[in-house]
Design a protein around this ligand. Structure first.
Ligand SMILES: [Zn+2]
Length: 77
């Protein structure tokens, strides 16, 4: 049983156009097949990822009107 660790850890190589095994560099990682710099996500995945973040960001200056807080039945203590 000698499955290398990196099998579970692929990155996207734009040159190979697929997720590949990579060599870890100081700042960047490189495709073991063609030597190009790889990234965490494919372009598509990256866009989707960013959209997700942007969507989840609360837009400043637009306070949510929260009028749906119904008055709870007054609980007499
Ligand atoms: Zn490659």
């Amino acid at each position: 049983m000698d499955v290398p660790d990196y099998y579970s850890d692929l990155k996207y190589c734009p040159k190979c156009d697929k997720y590949v095994c990579y060599l870890m560099g100081m700042e960047h990682s490189y495709c073991v097949e063609c030597g190009a710099r790889v990234r965490l996500f494919s372009e598509q995945d990256w866009v989707a990822f960013n959209e997700n973040i942007t969507r989840n960001k609360p837009k400043g200056g637009r306070p949510k009107k929260d009028h749906r807080k119904d008055q709870r039945g007054r609980e007499s203590a």
